[in-house]
Ligand binder design. Structure first.
Ligand code: SF4
Ligand code: SF4
Length: 294
C-alpha cells in the first residue's frame, strides 16, 4: 500500500483528476485473492485525528502511542515533523493480522481512502480549498478488477471518511496555507517545529502545556474553556491548530492578557542578556587559555 494521504506524484497514481461525482471501478473484500497485500506494503502518514482515534482504540496516551506505533519523518523541506505508522523492516503494518486490520473501526484516514489519493488545493486569491481525487493503481491490488462501479462520494461514505475530514480540516488548511506561501516562510525555529508536533499529535503533552501556570498567565481564556480543554481531545486538537496559526502566521485568535506580550519580551531579554554574558565570558576564557603559556 503506497502512501495514500496527500499523494506525491508517482507512477502508480493515475494522472487524471477526479471529483466526488466521478465513478470508480473498485471493491475490496475479505475473499479477494490479494487480501492484506496492501497492508504488507504500508506507508501510512497519520493525521492528528488518526492519532486520537488509534490511541483511544488501544487505550494508550498519545505520548505512548507515538513512541510505540509511529516513526517520525519530515513532511516538507523546512523540516515540518510528521508521524507515520511503524511497520516491520519488510513494510508490514503492525496492525495487520491474518483476519485483516486489527484496528479497522479506527483505521487511519489514508487506509480509508485507498485506492484513492486526495489532494487539497488553494487557488490563488481564494480562501476556500478544493479537494481533488486521484486513483492509485498498484500491481498487487486486484480490487480494480472487481465488478463494481460507484461514484467516489459513495465509496467515501462507505469508508466513513466524513468525520475524519471534518476533524482534520483546519489542520489540513494550516498545512495548505504554509505550502501556498512557498519558500518565503523559510525554516521555522526548532522550538516552533517542536510545538507543531506537540499541537498536531501529542494531546497529553499539549494538555499539560495549556493547563500550565505559565500558559494561564499569558492567555486570557474563560475557566469553562480550560475545563473543556482538560477533558476533550477533539477540542484540544482544534485549539492546538489555533496556537499553530498564531505561531506560523501571527493570527492572534487566542486572546492574550494585557501586557503579557511585553512581559514575554522582557523575560526573553533577560535570557538573551544572560546568554550574551555567558558568550563573552566563554570568549574571554578562550583568550586567557591562548596566552596562558605564552
Ligand atoms: S492500519 Fe489497518 S488498514 Fe491500515 S495499513 Fe495497517 S492493517 Fe492495513
Ligand atoms: S483489494 Fe486492494 S485494498 Fe483490498 S486487500 Fe487487496 S490490495 Fe488491499
Amino acid at each position: 500500500m503506497s502512501e495514500k494521504f496527500d499523494l506525491p506524484f508517482k507512477s502508480d497514481m493515475q494522472p487524471q483528476m477526479l471529483d466526488l461525482g466521478s465513478k470508480i471501478q473498485f471493491r475490496c473484500h475479505k475473499g479477494i485473492s490479494c487480501f492484506n497485500a496492501c497492508c504488507k506494503k504500508a506507508d501510512i502518514t497519520l493525521t492528528p485525528y488518526d492519532v486520537i482515534r488509534l490511541k483511544d482504540h488501544l487505550g494508550k496516551s498519545s505520548t505512548e502511542f507515538l513512541k510505540d506505533h509511529t516513526v517520525p519523518f519530515q513532511m516538507d523541506k523546512e523540516g515540518l515533523p510528521g508521524a507515520k505508522l511503524k511497520t516491520t523492516d519488510e513494510g508490514v503494518c503492525l496492525f495487520m493480522t491474518e483476519e485483516g486490520c486489527s484496528v479497522y473501526k479506527d483505521r487511519p484516514t489514508a487506509c480509508r481512502y485507498y485506492p484513492l489519493g486526495h489532494m487539497s488545493m488553494l487557488a490563488s486569491g481564494s480562501k476556500t480549498d478544493e479537494t481533488h481525487y486521484f486513483m492509485v493503481k498498484e500491481e498487487h491490488c486486484k480490487g480494480h478488477e472487481e465488478d463494481r462501479v460507484l461514484p467516489i462520494a459513495d465509496y467515501l461514505k462507505e469508508q466513513e471518511t466524513r468525520q475524519y475530514d471534518e476533524m482534520n480540516r483546519e489542520w489540513m488548511q494550516l498545512m495548505l496555507k504554509r505550502r501556498s506561501m512557498g519558500p518565503t516562510v523559510g525554516r521555522p525555529p526548532e522550538a516552533t517545529l517542536q510545538m507543531f508536533f506537540m499541537c498536531s499529535f501529542d494531546m497529553e503533552r499539549l494538555r499539560r502545556f495549556v493547563l500550565s501556570d505559565n500558559f494561564k498567565k499569558t492567555y486570557d481564556l474563560e475557566d469553562s474553556t480550560y475545563e473543556v480543554l482538560e477533558k476533550e481531545d477533539n477540542s484540544l486538537m482544534q485549539f492546538g491548530v489555533r496556537l499553530m496559526k498564531q505561531a506560523f502566521f501571527g493570527e492572534r485568535t487566542i486572546p492574550e492578557k494585557d501586557g503579557a506580550w511585553e512581559k514575554r519580551v522582557e523575560e526573553r531579554q533577560e535570557v538573551w542578556d544572560a546568554r550574551r554574558q555567558a558568550e563573552i565570558a566563554r570568549q574571554q576564557q578562550a583568550e586567557d587559555e591562548k596566552y596562558k603559556d605564552a
